[in-house]
Design a binder for this molecule. Structure first.
Ligand code: FES
Length: 101
């Protein structure tokens, strides 16, 4: 596998856009690198500005205590700024937009 090959693909819904996620990238970082503007602020898992729902896939977290309750995690809520994908992931984030150039 070449260094630049993605380790997973992130699908943004309802836009239906697919974004490559490279090794070490959070879902937010991958989306930003691909030219998407997503809600965000702290980027360290505390402010919850990036919170959205994961409708498919699994993630692990870069920080020990991401700002989600067990109930929120159980309901599929994720914090993309600190979420690392374990395989392909689908996020429901109606506010995702292609960044203007
Ligand atoms: S940007 Fe603050 S929790 Fe994700």
């Amino acid at each position: 596998m070449a260094v630049s090959d993605p380790v997973a693909w992130l699908t943004l819904q309802p836009q239906g856009e697919r974004v490559p996620v490279h090794a070490g990238q959070s879902l937010l970082e991958a989306a930003l690198a691909a030219g998407f503007d997503l809600p965000r602020s702290c980027r360290n898992g505390t402010c919850r500005a990036c919170r959205c729902r994961m409708t498919a896939g699994r993630v692990r977290y870069r920080v020990e205590w991401p700002g989600l309750s067990p109930d929120e995690r159980e309901a599929g809520e994720v914090l993309p700024c600190v979420a690392l994908p374990d395989g392909d992931v689908v996020l429901s984030q109606p506010l995702a937009r292609r960044a203007s150039t």
